[in-house]
Design a protein around this ligand. Structure first.
Ligand SMILES: N=c1c2ncn([C@@H]3O[C@H](COP(=O)(O)OP(=O)(O)OP(=O)(O)O)[C@@H](O)[C@H]3O)c2ncn1[C@@H]1O[C@H](COP(=O)(O)O)[C@@H](O)[C@H]1O
Length: 99
């Protein structure tokens, strides 16, 4: 996979998250994070859980599980950025500044 196509997938995912935030459709897990009674604490909790699950997968040297948990982690991180009014450009800018 090229860097460009990986970035396109992140862009597409972030656009879906933004659309769920705007429309709050019934049955959407993403929408449920934006409307959760715990507020932003719910996504923060999920980030902690997914980080732990990622660590456990790494310790087990389970590559399939590590990829799956990493995807959960990145998804919840993108939801958090969206919740805070930030976007992928903020992340890209910070990473680029470190080169
Ligand atoms: N990438 C994801 C994604 N990654 C993880 N998750 C959800 O995150 C949750 C992870 O929770 P856990 O691993 O702890 O498993 P769980 O036991 O089901 O979780 P909980 O009961 O604790 O909530 C699961 O409910 C997953 O479905 C995601 N939900 C949605 N997306 C993307 O968002 C899009 C829109 O989804 P909806 O908002 O549901 O329409 C989807 O098409 C996907 O592209």
């Amino acid at each position: 996979m090229t860097d460009e196509s990986a970035d396109a997938i992140l862009e597409e995912l972030f656009a879906v998250i933004e659309s769920r935030k705007a429309d709050l459709p019934e049955g959407s897990y993403t929408a449920s994070l934006f409307t959760h009674e715990k507020g932003e604490n719910r996504v923060l909790e999920k980030l902690g859980e997914e980080a732990t699950e990622t660590i456990l997968a790494a310790k087990d040297d389970d590559h399939e599980e590590l990829a799956a948990e990493s995807a959960d982690l990145v998804y919840h991180l993108l939801v958090l950025l969206s919740m805070k009014g930030m976007d992928l450009a903020d992340l890209r800018e910070e990473l680029a500044a470190r080169r």
